[in-house]
Design a binder for this molecule. Structure first.
Ligand code: PMP
Length: 317
């Protein structure tokens, strides 16, 4: 910590630059080292909570309204009445405060809502107040060069958790299904995987949605395949694809369809738009997709995406 004299000559305690970002935790804005949760919080004890990963582009909260709708919807799905405690507008204000506290222009917000502090049993309704955490920082999910070259992925052996068990449409704090699949990718020397559902259809990546391109058209698994309804996915379907004049169809895909695709790409708030160019356990005998480089349609979508998020009209809704 260093004491910094302001122009009114009042000494304010500013955290050392190594103790950033400033993080919002349950009503307080705290430097990184002090940003901690109570050990009785059910978010920690049971993964009982929901979250959002949100991009900030040019100081604007990308698709803020949609993220708030999803967050409140997911909270409701786990029987947490978030609106009773805090309005979506107040939730956005917390994010803006974090952006401002960290002078963030381009970055990433992690907004976490936990069931809150309770007893050691599972009983969620013994937690009177939800916990709210907001971190505004930087993120680099994949190395920059992969955005131009495309990436290799593996097909995870572990299926995506079935809808009947825990609906993947709920962006819950239970991410172990995804993390274990991600470990399969890391063990194979790459950074992402394709997860199938328990019916054998393609679902999504461990942290992103999947699209394929075949004969000039785009296909992506429907929500019922057991996927998170990604906000970047929706942006591609409803805005980017029409802008580049390509049709998108939601339909169940088999892994054979993916292997036979002309192009494959992944989307996510953290991932943005990135091509998958090879599928396999190792570099040498990986299955090559299309020409082996980023495809034309993927390139058009990625370029359009970057154009919009670096423009003066970053959409907040
Ligand atoms: N699927 C999963 C499992 C994810 O974690 C994410 C990232 N939140 C996505 C898809 C992409 O969703 P979005 O575009 O809303 O970030």
């Amino acid at each position: 910590m260093s004491n910094v004299a302001t122009d009114t000559n009042v000494a304010v305690t500013k955290p050392a630059t190594t103790d950033l970002p400033m993080v919002y935790v349950n009503g307080k804005m705290l430097p990184k080292s002090q940003a901690a949760v109570n050990v009785f919080d059910h978010g920690l004890l049971y993964g009982d909570g929901v979250f959002e990963g949100i991009r900030v582009y040019k100081g604007k909260i990308f698709k803020s309204e949609q993220h708030m709708r999803r967050l409140y919807g997911c909270a409701k799905a786990i029987r947490l009445d978030l609106a009773k405690h805090i309005s979506p507008e107040e939730m956005v204000k917390i994010q803006r405060d974090c952006i401002e506290a960290n002078n963030l222009v381009d970055g990433y917000i992690r907004l976490v809502v936990t069931r809150g502090v309770g007893t050691l049993g599972l009983h969620p309704f013994k937690c009177p107040e939800p916990g709210i955490i907001c971190i505004a920082d930087q993120i680099q999910l994949f190395p920059p060069e992969l955005y131009e070259q495309g990436m290799r992925v593996v097909v995870a052996k572990r299926p995506r958790i079935p809808v009947e068990c825990l609906d993947p449409r709920i962006k819950s704090l239970n991410y172990l299904n995804n993390i274990m699949a991600k470990i399969e990718a890391i063990d194979a020397g790459c950074l992402e995987c394709i997860m199938l559902n328990t019916d054998g259809f393609v679902a999504e990546g461990s942290g992103d949605n999947i699209f394929i391109v075949k004969d000039g058209e785009i296909y992506t698994p429907p929500s019922e395949a057991g996927i998170l309804e990604g906000i970047t996915r929706k942006f591609v379907i409803e805005e980017l694809a029409p802008l580049v004049g390509v049709q998108v169809t939601e339909k169940n895909l088999r892994i054979e369809d993916v292997y036979a695709a002309d192009e494959i790409f992944l989307t996510g708030s953290a991932a943005e738009v990135i091509a998958v160019t090879r599928i396999g356990e190792n570099e040498d005998d990986a299955h090559r997709i299309g020409s082996g480089g980023e495809g034309t349609i993927t390139n058009m979508l990625r370029t359009k995406f970057r154009q919009i998020v670096t423009s003066d009209n970053v959409p907040e809704n």
